[in-house]
Design a protein around this ligand. Structure first.
Ligand code: NAD
Length: 496
């Protein structure tokens, strides 16, 4: 990839320093590319471009339909580069090619969806989603309009690099905001490609700006920048908490998509093969590096022994390898730090009393690359660290339960509340349990399928706000009331 600097003000700009960071292929542990490491000065240039484009440029004043045309063009370019972008994601992140292809298809789909929603903004009484408000007081009329929030700063993680960028860039631009995007330093390549795509789509200068760099430098400078009106963050709880505290200084509007330790509750009437498939997909796709991964599996007591054995057999059959190899279901973890972190977590779980039922080590024949066997842990205490904390790897914790009430209580006994899932042939029971979960995303008889139309986000420590669907667009809109007094008579405060 030809990395030409930062995408700022509609073109590639030279970094202000010669500092770089390496991005690594997790399958080979080799450096792919040295990437410019942006600092506060680079962020300042990017924010200045976004500010000028918002305050003086055409973008926020265009109709939604006009903005939608640019977003649709970006979707079309992404689709035309599907294979190449999918391979880039495999190289940088390690995920299997078919999953990378889903990501890129969904990235294009996200731009396409928000191109459509941008058009919807033009509806209402007189554009801008105008909505008439009926007031009880004679002489007064009122309406509410939606307006773009301003300059948005987006900070994203490494697990779905291009898709996480799309979840923020597409709705922000559809709403009429301008944006500075800081991708993860672990997987910057497809975000750089997004700069190329914006240029090819003729996106007006300054509407989107992309600065690669480390969290504590470029990331922090973006969070602290006084000309940023909104921060949209996806990442870990500790970083999210820090960002929330920093954003408080300037009362910045903020949305946070954070971690999880999501439960999957399986009742005894569930078909065992279906249960195994969704448990495995729920924790092993993307190497378990998924915020919504169903990493705590709760199985009704009578089904527990048979299900565990079946799960072990299938987990041990998973094909592990480099993401571009045919038939691979589990690639390497994203980097050395993550590999060590997950191995340490497994040891800690075992030290605390959990049983290693399957996996738990580097697979045979994979001396190089950050590979890890699909891992099943059992017999841990409900309040143990391994049951309660996010591991972010292919590690599933399984426990049994006796009653529906107990399952709900165990599922909700978590500081997180991102996702939850339930499986049973009894759909009334599924509905009851789904409503009892304290989580923002609930799957019934499945785990993980995600649709751009439906709201995404968590309760409790899993975040604030919702992405995707119309909720995702609202993240980037302000609501204004315009109230008008029209009467020949005085209102009567002092003139009677
Ligand atoms: P992370 O918090 O380490 O980093 C995320 C981003 O924040 C990176 O771009 C990083 O450079 C930046 N950053 C780090 N320190 C910063 C600082 N002080 N100021 C500003 N920016 C800073 O998270 P990660 O390891 O990249 O991602 C994994 C986490 O993301 C997991 O906890 C996962 O659950 C979560 N996640 C959540 C969702 C969701 O939708 N809820 C989706 C994907 C990932």
């Amino acid at each position: 990839m030809n990395v030409q600097g930062f995408y700022i003000d509609g073109q590639w700009q030279q970094p202000s320093s010669t500092n770089t960071f390496a991005t690594i292929n997790p399958a080979t542990e080799e450096v792919i590319e040295n990437i410019p490491a942006g600092n506060a000065k680079d962020i300042d240039s990017a924010v200045a471009a976004a500010r000028a484009a918002f305050d003086h440029g055409p973008w926020p004043k265009m109709t939604g339909a006009e903005r939608g045309k640019y977003l649709q063009k970006m979707a079309d370019i992404i689709n035309s580069r599907l294979d190449e972008l999918s391979k880039l994601e495999v190289l940088d992140n390690g995920k299997p090619y078919p999953e990378a292809k889903w990501d890129i298809e969904d990235t294009a789909g996200t731009f396409e969806f928000y191109a459509g929603l941008a058009k919807e903004l033009d509806k209402g009484v007189n554009g801008n989603s105008e909505e008439i408000i009926t007031l009880p007081e004679p002489g007064f009329s009122s309406k509410a309009i939606k307006e773009p929030l301003g300059v948005a700063g987006a900070i994203i993680p490494w697990n779905f690099p291009m898709l996480m960028a799309a979840w923020k860039v597409a709705p922000a631009l559809a709403a009429g905001c301008t944006m500075v995007l800081k991708p993860s330093e672990v997987t910057p390549l497809t975000a750089i490609a997004l700069g190329e795509i914006a240029i090819e789509a003729d996106l007006p200068a300054g509407v989107l700006n992309i600065v690669t760099g480390l969290g504590q430098d470029a990331g922090q400078a973006l969070v602290e920048h006084k000309d940023v009106d909104k921060l949209a963050f996806t990442g870990s709880v500790p970083t999210g908490s820090k960002i929330m505290a920093m954003a408080a200084h300037d009362i910045k509007n903020i949305s946070l998509e954070l971690g999880g330790k999501s439960p999957l509750v399986i009742f005894e009437d569930t078909d065992i093969e279906k249960a195994v498939e969704w448990i495995m997909f729920g924790i092993f796709w993307n190497q378990g590096q998924v915020c919504s991964a169903t990493s705590r599996v709760l199985v009704e007591e009578s089904l527990y022994p048979a299900l565990l054995e079946r799960l072990k057999t299938e987990a041990q059959r998973i094909t592990i390898g480099e993401g571009n190899e045919e038939g691979v279901l589990l690639g390497p973890l994203v980097n050395k730090a993550q590999h060590e972190k997950v191995l340490t977590a497994i040891s800690r779980g075992i030290d605390d009393g959990a049983t290693l039922f399957s996996g738990g080590k580097r697979p045979q024949g994979h001396k190089q690359g950050y590979y890890l066997e699909p891992t099943i842990l059992t017999d841990m205490d409900e309040d143990s660290w391994i049951w309660q904390e996010e591991i972010f790897g292919p590690v599933v914790c399984v426990k049994s339960f006796k009653t529906e009430q107990q399952a709900i209580a165990m599922a909700n006994n978590s500081r997180f509340g991102l996702a939850a899932a339930v499986m049973s042939k009894d759909l009334e029971r599924c509905d009851r349990v789904a409503k009892a979960f304290r989580a923002g995303i609930v799957w019934v008889n499945c785990s993980q399928p995600t649709f751009v139309e439906a709201p995404w986000g968590g309760y409790k420590h899993s975040g604030i706000g919702r992405e995707l669907g119309k909720w995702g667009l609202n993240n980037y809109l302000e609501t204004k009331q315009i109230t008008c007094f029209d009467s020949d008579e005085p209102w009567g405060w002092y003139i009677k």
